[in-house]
Design a protein around this ligand. Sequence first.
Ligand code: HDE
Length: 730
Amino acid sequence: MARKPASSATPTKAARKSAGESAKKAPKLPGDVEMATSFAEPQGQGGETHQVAAGDIAILTSAQGMPIADDQNSLKYGARGPTLLEDPHFREKIFHFDHERIPERVVHARGFGAHGFFELTDSLADVTRADVLQRVGERTPAFVRFSTVAGSKGSFDLARDVRGFAVKLYTKEGNWDLVGNNIPVFFIQDAIKFPDLIHAAKPEPDRGFPQAQTAHDNFWDFVSLTPESMHMIMWIMSDRTIPRSYRTMEGFGVHTFRLVSAEGKSTFVKFHWKPKQGLQSVVWNEAVKINGADPDFHRRDLWDAINAGDFPEWELGVQLFDEAFAEAFDFDVLDATKIIPEELIPVRTVGRLVLDRVVDNFFAETEQVAFCTQNVVPGIDFTNDPLLQGRNFSYLDTQLKRLGSPNFTHIPINAPKCPVANFQQDGHMAIANPRGRVNYEPNSWGASIGGPRESPERGFTSFPAEDQGPKLRIRPESFADHYSQARQFYVSQLAIEQKHIADALVFELSKVERPDIRARMVSHLLHIDEMLANTVADGLGLATLPAPAQAARAPLPDLPPSDPLSIVKNGPASFKGRKLGILMSDGADAAIFTGLTKALDKVGALYEVIAPKVGGITLADGTAIAAKHKIDGGPSVLFDAVAILVSDEGAALLAGDAAAQDFVRDAFGHCKFIGLTRSAEPIFVKAGIADMLDDACLAIASAKDAAAFVEAIAPLRFWPRELEVDLDAK
Ligand code: HDE
């Protein structure tokens, strides 16, 4: 039985348009003169793609620019016949789709990037000839990509993990990539162990899980057999690995680099990025829940902040030191498992990094950006840190695999913003081949067509460090102390932060199936802090304490605590840039709501309304307020503090709702500041916490109270509460 062709039963707007339904004004074709914008920036000799006719709707075209008449149906014999191989549009479209994916990064696969600028605030002309570090006030375009390390591209943002903090500065003398982390030390001292470390941290190879977490046997097996990782273990078990936002974490270059002056003098340097927003983290139970409520929590946060004009900012700091300091220092400055305490070498602030523009296209920019540690500029140089030396090979190599061609430098996000002139040519996707007849040098074609020449004056020269000695596969004796700085980090933390480290160790090791691995970890902790070792052993239910691990070198007597190592000591100064969740119902007090939102605006904070229905609520005075979330889509874990503004009827309604109960119970359990109107009480009663309310649960009865509440919520959390709500603390 013949059936009616169903093809254009409900043609889409675009199909109607291209079928010429509006015949009044003929749509412009790509070739027409009045061309305006292109989706992709023209690059090299490539020319414009995807042309858009000015003042009109773009015409859909094939990749070759052929206008498309019908994008809804493939070409067939009859209405129900076989699809014809002849259809060029269908073939091209499917072919392109089939090839959309590129390999994800082998580490740091999940990330998020943004554009901005670096501005020099203090010239480093005295120690380096790096052009970007000469002139105070000069701005250099920047692109930054933040990332987690272990998870794959689609994993959740709040994994307990190190964060990447990779900065590309498009300087006038080439791209300078400072590919750092949010932690100033690393797990290993020699790059040859990197594949083992990453294999151990990633999902176990037979089963393909766990995803984006180190809480499994292989990771703890490897690190417990690798004592050099103990300092890093202290950092990753601290709340540094569960940051509140990319905006609220530090960045570190990790390695010792060199700055080289115009006179050829070398100064060692460690790079620091310090967030103007203060250091902020979440708590573990919260992180677990955020991952379910909003797996994109960090990328959304950065996107929202930049789009709202609240541009995140960091100071660039440098620790500068010479050979004499390096010789006298207790540790080897080439050992990436060590810091130089700021009390010994103060951090000199020399610039600021501001992120003020989100990407236009995630794939083109964030995914295709290619950082390479070898990308330095004249005046910046490497040291012999064996981790850095290994990275210099790895990053260039991995880009070839990921981006498929040595011409990845032609991709706009990777292309320098200064002149590029050399004789490199051809290869896959060569879109910026040099012009002219001459593609070699030396040549005798003269200045105009002979192409670029070296510049001994301006060009990059390596610092002529003297190195000699036999070839050896050996770890220097000066790298042998694995515990002293781990202890220094631990004793620099406040009691609440030390508790979080112990909690994290117990949590992670409780996921480890082999008891001998758990005990081996405790044997290392005994060198770091006996109390910590005992607490963890107790938390794991170890029957006896193991003997201390064999130490390659006895730890130094106590190193002094260092304040910059603590998050809480370097927390936010106000609620600026943070977000209040306001749980509301119909009939909520209008004066309080207005007072609260005005006070938040005043400090530069954000708020979101959570309501029984996403359509919003009506205040007692009849004003309609839009909601951002329906109650079960806006749990309190998404906010820095919460307020409950409800009427008596609203409270009665919400008190019986599990999501509303969770809202207040979680806010309380996560030590958040809570503002509440008198009517809100039934919700707290039903949540079972009404008789526990403390000094950080603030009554709001007027607009004045609301303003006082916003002042009171400046600290990160109300930590004394944790001792009341955590079994481990009792
Ligand atoms: Fe990386 N690392 N890494 N790493 N790393 C990569 O490069 C590597 C290390 C860091 O947002 C890879 O393009 C080795 C330390 C960041 O695109 C790869 C060693 C630090 C990013 C690689 C290290 C980092 C990467 C994977 C040990 C902090 C993400 C994809 C010697 C200072 C950059 C890629 C982005 C990415 C190798 C150790 C930071 C495979 C061999 C230490 C922020 O090349």
